[in-house]
Structures are given as structure tokens and as C-alpha cells.
Design a protein around this ligand. Sequence first.
Ligand code: GAP
Length: 507
Amino acid sequence: MPASTMEELVSLCKRRGFIFQGSEIYGGLQGFYDYGPLGVELKNNIKAAWWRTNVYERDDMEGLDASIIMHRLVLRHSGHEATFSDPMVDNKKNNKRYRLDHLVKDQKAEVIAKVAELMGEDDSNFPALVAALNKNTLKASESLKAAGVRDPFSGEVGDWTEPKPFNMMFKTTIGPVADEESYGYLRPETAQGIFTNFKNVVDSTSRRLPFGIAQIGKAFRNEITPRNFIFRVRELEQMEIEFFCTPGTDEEWHAHWLEKRLSWWEAQGVPRGKIEILDVPKEDLAHYSKRTYDLMYDYPTLGHEEIEGIANRSDYDLGSHTKSQAELGLVARVEENTDSIAKLTIPHPETNKPIVPFVIEPSAGVDRAMLAVLSEAFTKETLDNGNERIVLKLKPHLAPIKVAVIPLARNKPELVELARSIKNELQRLGLGRILLEDSGNIGKAYRRHDEVGTPYCVTVDFDTIGQSAEGADASLKETVTIRDRDTLGQIRLPISELAVWIREKLR
Ligand code: GAP
């Protein structure tokens, strides 16, 4: 049974050291989070699983790690300077600012219906209502006031300004120069690093169509209202693929990637039944998109929200950078009467003529993946003895700690040393983090490892070192107990067989 509320997840994440508020000791910074000892392991495991499936297990993919700060012209010609904005409204009574669609969506149903009526729209088509509010800004301001739209901060009806676009890119100066042009942007999506390196990758790998470039990295968005824990943050991480194909084959590849991505989520413990596929309406498409499928995961408390977008970006980005470079005189026109420029093209697989390929882009957020994986794994169980336990039933490959090795008594050096040597041997298998858990209380250790999703606990006890009470079974010497997180079953195994057993189970 997955987590039923976001509060349960937030509480577990803080209590057990998965996620902390950024800059917390100075009061926190809204929209920024830090990943703690277990969070960093889970995050790394999600990214490794994504890379393994999308790069190592395919024959048509290359990897990339591009820089975060980009030339201002990249983000100008990608269209982000002009269009990467959300509509913002201010409440003149208290100077609070809100993202227009979030403000309206969070009102009572009757207030939304009234706004829609005043705008001459149908309240069952929310995207169309938001589009109308954005288009007719004076009427929007009047309608928000007349419908009684309340300020979420003060709870009172606001004195709303006309909506205006707020560009979400973070700008930064570069170097010690005071020159007005010496600025760059923190990338708002990792994708642009892939487009700008397209030709470098093609030339250095001799790739032909179709093929993809995969990248995992940070992106930054100055969200107007970051909220819902790590769901909407200002510093996020993305796992993105730009898959380049011949125009005309793009729809087939779009369907291919939709299927591949759903099966990847399933393998991470996020079932298809919890993901709705939204064929994004035309009026909601990003400026570059011909068609987009949004994967809408059923988050606790939030309901269905986007976990990944799979867009058909057509030849928009490579085409736009290519044209812009020609206009700037950076590259020579290679063919008369066409926009084909030496730089961002690739030979057509059949005709060999240079073409700007089409692009299919599966783009998933690491932070939103963390939330979904944690939510699905979160389980509350009542045990036979009536006690309740919280257990994170994470897939073993995602578990932050793979095995906890526990000496039964922390003040018995033989037990602790043997446990440490077993831990070191298991660590050498390269399966991920193995922990020596010598906190001393076996019951508490089991509870803690259930809550953080450790699949196996290995206990070294007095039988293991042949010092059990008189009459105990001497054959237990040099054996350990293994406890299974999910079944709570325990088996006894010789230490000499432990590594093979663990490797087999965690493979
Ligand atoms: N390159 C395409 C692109 O960036 P997007 O739909 O804006 O498309 C892709 O973002 C994914 O990045 C989303 O599906 C979501 O998982 C994640 N994402 C976007 N904005 C986010 C934010 N403010 N906080 C957390 N994750 C975010």
C-alpha cells in the first residue's frame, strides 16, 4: 500500500536523512533541497538505473555531460528568452505574487466556475480558461476580483493585477567584466547542451540516424511558486534523451519511446496503472513541441501530476540554432535556397543529403522520480503481534543500503571485528553501500532498516563465534542470520556462502 499522504513521505525523508530543506540553518531557501546520506544513494541508484537502461543496454545511444551555464545566445535562439515564462499575478493588497494557473486551480469550485463564466469560458476546460486569462489580461484582472479569488497567504479576496509573463531563467554574470553582454544563463533544461553538442558527438562517434544522446544533470527554473516538497523546485535534476531520427519516422519513434519509458518506470516499482498518459492539448504545448505525451503519476495528496514529458520536438531546436548561426555569420550556407548549413545537420540515411533531423525527447525529473519511487515503496503493515511497522519496499537495485551487517553486541570486540570483515567482503562485490550497523540494539536496527528499505540484515551473534550458551548447536559456528525485509523470514547461512548468496539475490 503506497504512501497515502505527502506528509508521511516528508516526515520519513527528514527523520531518516533522505531530504533536507536547503540552507535550513539560515531559515531555509524556498524551492531548494539537499539530499542527505540516504537520499544521495537513492538518487544515484535511480540515475544509474536510467543510464543502464537507456545508454548501456541500447546500441543507438551516446552519453554527454554538458556545462550548466550556457551562452546567452543559446537560450535566445532556442526560444527560451522569449517564451520560457509562466503567467504571474500580484495581489496589490500585500504584494504577494502567484502563478496565475496555480492561483486559480487552488480556489473553490464555485469560484473557478465564476471566473470561467466572467471570461466566457467553460470551467471544465482549465487549459482554455488559463489561455483566455493570459490573452485578455485586463478582463482577467477584473474577473479574478469579481469572482472573489482569494489570496492563499491572507485568505482574503485579492486586488489582482493583470497577468504578465515572468521569465523563469536564472541569469548570471560571467567573469569580472561590467559589460552588459557578459551574462549567461543557468540552463532551464539539459536538452540545450545536447543540441549545441550535436555536431561534436556526430563527428567524434561517426553516428548515423537514428541515434540518441542521453544526459543527466541539473537544470534551474525560477519557479514563481515552488511547492509540494521536491515536486516543484527551483534547482532540479533531469534525465533527458534527445533521440534524432529521419523526418517522417518521428511518430513511430515517439510511440517507441512512450512504451520504453513506461516499462522503465514499471521496473523501478512505479506501475503503469498509476500513470495516466496525457496527450497534451495543442494550446498547452511548449513552444518547440509538435506533440507531447505527459506521463501523469498519481502522487499522494497531489493526484495526477507530470513525472515525465515525452515530446516530439521536430527539427525545431537544431533548425533554429542552425538558422541563427547562419544569420550571425558563424557558419557558411552550404546549399543555395535551403536552410541547410554545415553545422547542425547529418546525412539522410538514404539520400546522403544533409538534413536537420527530427527529435523525440523523453525528459524525466530525478526529484519527481524520487517522490514516486518512495511513495510506491512506502508500506505500513500490522505484524502478527499487533505491532505496526513502516517498511520501504524499494526494488533492491534502488535501495540506498543493500545489506546491514549487525554485530549482536557492540561491546564484544570479536563480534564487531567479524561483522566489519564481513561488511568489507560484501562491499568488495560492488553492489552498492553495505553498512556496519553497530548501534547495539538489534530491534531498533531492524526497525530502522525496514524504514530505509535495506533488503537484507545480516546478524553476527554468539553462535557465529562459537560462544553461545551451553548446549547450543555447535554447527552454528561461522554461520550468520539473514533477515529478509519484506517477508521477515530468517535463514542461517555459513559465512563462506554469504557473498554468493547476496550477489545472487541483489543481481
Ligand atoms: N527538455 C524538456 C523539458 O524540460 P519539461 O516538461 O519542462 O520538459 C521535464 O520538464 C521534466 O522535468 C518534468 O516532467 C519534470 O519531471 C521535471 N521538472 C520540470 N520542472 C520541474 C520543477 N520545477 N521541479 C521538479 N521537477 C521538474
